[in-house]
Design a protein around this ligand. Structure first.
Ligand SMILES: Cc1ncc(COP(=O)(O)O)c(C=O)c1O
Length: 437
């Protein structure tokens, strides 16, 4: 039996599928995070992405103008700020739904890990002499021939598979993506069009990951990207924090004791929000407040962060929750133990939301910000309002933030959507209209 820090009230909210804000009792308790990743890895990852930018520019025409850097904008939308019933401060959107190549936050971690593997193979096999060599050699025929001998394998709810499939096939790797039952048809189709082998599973995400892990264990030329347990994916996401620091400076936003930063991050298995939380805490320390967001049927990170570090993590099925949600990217039944142990002291709290609530936010983004995202991303927009709830106010009081809230920067992290086909998005909007009536 796992030891849990969840109180009776929280358990009731979870079991009743009632949306609520949970404050993490281990926040700022350093001893609760037994696995503190080395901060130097964050800077190492950032440098690696700079080295590999010329290669990415060669592989993907859409990266021409950014010189091979995959990054999204940070925007302030006045109409949204006026409409959102939130605590004081300014709300910004972090537009990862528009990240080039893969159209989701998964372009950060997924592409980074495949690049790490390609760089390692290229160095070991003399395609490049050292890290100062010309990285465009990784796109030539010798490199492609080398990469084609290896198979990249991953399990996914959709977007991670999309990012890994697209970068792997562009480099010439064989690639197999094990898709969970939640994965959308268009994501599978897009991968197949790019030569990716897609294996469809009739059950949830953890089964798809297990199938990938098992396939890889039988193949000496396989490289398994383990979404449940990957420091490399994590660091790829973490680099976002360094880039965000520059964007905040450019936007004239201070972050310090009197100018708190609140970030709202959709969470599936925990890798993407975990990496970004790690990066933000490394840069801004106690002045960055990271709240994660999960569907009421899939609160696995909340349950994972609320579990003692040495215990195995519970599945949402233990609370009779179904893990069924239209937020397909967040449909994960059991969080990453590795990620929970790495950031248990860094996450301020987790809030849950019903699908109705996130569809309302999807529509609000469409109407007021002309921003079209997938349901998983829309959940981030519910964050600011939760800070005005009694629990949110308690958090602000406990951390001596209340008097500085008018200086606060809130960031809703929009994690996916640019590649959603028009007819699929129209369906989302129709559903949203139903819920907002
Ligand atoms: C759109 C979107 N947002 C957020 C996430 C959550 O990322 P993670 O599973 O690493 O927590 C995912 C995961 O696939 C996603 O597709």
């Amino acid at each position: 039996m796992s030891r849990s820090y969840l109180g009776d009230d929280c358990l009731q909210y979870l079991k009743q599928r009632q949306s609520f804000l949970w404050l993490n009792p281990n926040y700022q308790n350093r001893s609760s995070a037994p696995l503190k990743p080395d901060e130097s890895r964050l800077y190492e990852a950032s440098e690696r992405l700079l080295r590999l930018a010329p290669l990415l520019k060669t592989l993907f025409g859409e990266l021409e103008s950014s010189g091979g850097i995959i990054e999204s904008t940070l925007t302030y939308i006045k109409a949204l700020n006026q409409a959102i019933d939130s605590p004081p401060g300014d709300l910004f959107l972090k537009n990862d739904h528009q990240l080039p190549v893969a159209g989701s936050i998964k372009a950060r971690g997924g592409i980074y890990e495949v690049l790490c593997f390609a760089e390692r193979l290229a160095l070991e096999n003399g395609i490049i002499e050292n890290i100062d060599d010309d990285y465009n050699k990784l796109a030539d025929s010798h490199a492609r021939e080398l990469f084609s001998r290896y198979r990249i394998i991953v399990g996914s709810t959709g977007n991670l598979g999309l990012s890994i499939g697209l970068i792997s096939s562009a480099l010439g790797f064989s690639v197999t993506v094990h898709m969970s039952v939640d994965a959308k048809e268009w994501k599978k189709q897009r991968l197949r069009e790019n030569g990716v082998n897609v294996v469809e599973h009739a059950n949830e995400y953890s089964n798809a990951v297990a199938a990938g892990r098992e396939q890889a264990s039988r193949d000496p030329f396989a490289y398994f990207i383990d979404d449940e347990n990957s420091p490399l994916l994590f660091m790829g996401y973490a680099v976002a924090a360094l880039r965000l620091k520059n964007q905040l400076e450019e936007a004239g936003r201070k972050v310090d004791e009197q100018h708190p930063l609140f970030v709202y991050l959709p969470a599936g298995v925990g890798g993407a929000p975990g990496g970004i939380t790690f990066g933000l805490k490394a840069i801004f320390g106690a002045n960055a407040h990271c709240f994660w967001a999960e569907p009421v049927e899939s609160p696995c990170c909340l349950m994972g962060l609320a579990t003692a570090a040495s215990d195995s993590l519970p599945s949402v099925s233990q609370l009779q929750l179904t893990n069924r949600t239209d937020a397909d990217g967040l449909a994960v039944g059991c969080a990453s133990h590795w990620v929970c142990n790495a950031v248990r002291d860094g996450v301020s709290g987790v809030y849950t939301a019903t699908d109705d609530e996130l569809y309302q936010k999807l529509k609000q983004l469409h109407d007021l910000a002309q921003t079209d995202v997938e349901p998983s991303a829309a959940i981030s927009l519910l964050g600011p309002k939760l800070l005005s709830s009694p629990t949110g106010v308690r958090y602000c009081d406990e951390h001596q933030l209340s008097e500085y809230m008018s200086n606060a920067t809130h960031i809703a992290w929009l994690t996916g959507g640019a590649l959603v086909p028009d007819d699929e998005y129209s369906n989302y909007l129709s559903l949203a209209e139903k819920f907002t009536k």
